[in-house]
Design a binder for this molecule. Structure first.
Ligand code: FNR
Length: 218
C-alpha cells in the first residue's frame, strides 16, 4: 500500500566493470550516470578498481571469509534500488574480473543480487559493441535472481564515439536516453507502486531463504 511519506529519489548504482584507467566502459558508465542524474535519481558511480579482490578461492573464504573489496561492493549494491553495469566483452563473453566479483559477492548472505533490477550496457571498438558479452553476463545475474532489463545498449566503434563525454551520434544518443528512461520507469514502478511478491531459490530444495521477497515497500 502507498504510504503518506513522499518517496525519496531512486538510488541507482552505475558500475564501470573494467580496470583500465582509459576504459571506454568507464566513459559510458559516466554518461549513463549523468542521464540518470538528469531524471532526479541519486546516482552512485563506481569502478571496478575500487573493489580489489583475489580470484575466488573456497579455502580462502573458509579461512578468512570474504575479502574487503567484495564486502564493499555488496554494500554498494545493497544501498541501491537498481544497478547498471557497463562491461567490456572479452573473447565473446564476460571479463573474468567481473565474473570473479559476481562470484565473491554471491557468497554473501543475504545474497544482494536477487532483490535488484539491472540494466546492462557495453562499449567496444568492434562493430558489435560487446553485445555478446552482455548476453553472457545475463546468465549469472539472472541465476542470482536479478531482474535484468530486456533492452541492452552496446556501443560499437567506441574509441571514436565520444566527444566531451557525450555520444557524437544523435541517433545513438536518443536510443541510450530512451533505454535508460525506460529502465528507470520500470524500477520506479516496482519500487514505488507495485507490490510484487515472489519466492526465489538458488537451487531446488534450498530452504535457507524461503521467506517471500518483498519487491516493493509501499
Ligand atoms: C578484448 N576486446 C574485445 N572486443 C570485442 O568487441 N569482443 C571481444 O571478444 C574482445 N575480446 C577481448 C579480449 C581481451 C582479453 C581483451 C584485453 C580485449 C577488445 C575490448 O573491447 C577493448 O580492449 C575495450 O577497450 C575494453 O574495454 P575498456 O577497458 O576500454 O572498457
Amino acid at each position: 500500500m502507498p504510504t503518506d511519506a513522499p518517496p525519496g529519489p531512486l538510488r541507482i548504482l552505475v558500475f564501470g566493470a573494467a580496470l583500465r584507467a582509459e576504459s571506454v566502459n568507464a566513459q559510458l558508465a559516466s554518461l549513463v550516470a549523468h542521464l540518470i542524474a538528469d531524471t532526479g535519481a541519486a546516482v552512485d558511480l563506481a569502478a571496478m578498481r575500487e573493489f580489489e579482490m583475489p580470484m575466488y578461492d573456497g579455502d580462502m573464504e573458509a579461512d578468512r571469509g570474504l575479502p574487503a573489496g567484495a564486502l564493499a561492493l555488496r554494500d554498494r549494491i545493497e544501498q541501491c534500488d537498481a544497478f547498471v553495469i557497463s562491461s567490456p566483452e572479452y573473447n565473446g563473453s564476460v571479463p573474468g574480473v567481473l565474473k570473479n566479483a559476481i562470484d565473491w559477492v554471491s557468497r554473501v548472505r543475504p545474497q544482494p543480487f536477487k532483490t535488484k533490477h539491472a540494466l546492462l550496457v557495453s562499449a567496444s571498438p568492434s562493430l558489435v559493441g560487446g553485445n555478446r558479452g552482455l548476453w553472457a553476463l545475463r546468465v549469472p545475474l539472472e541465476h542470482l535472481g536479478t531482474r535484468v532489463y530486456p533492452d541492452m545498449f552496446s556501443l560499437a566503434n567506441a574509441y571514436e564515439a565520444f566527444a566531451d563525454g557525450a555520444l557524437k551520434d544523435p541517433g545513438l544518443r536518443q536510443r541510450l536516453t530512451e533505454t535508460v528512461e525506460g529502465f528507470l520507469s520500470l524500477v520506479r514502478a516496482d519500487v514505488r507502486y507495485v507490490c510484487l511478491e515472489r519466492r526465489w531459490y538458488e537451487f531446488l530444495g534450498d530452504r535457507t531463504e524461503a521467506a517471500i521477497t518483498q519487491r516493493a515497500e509501499s
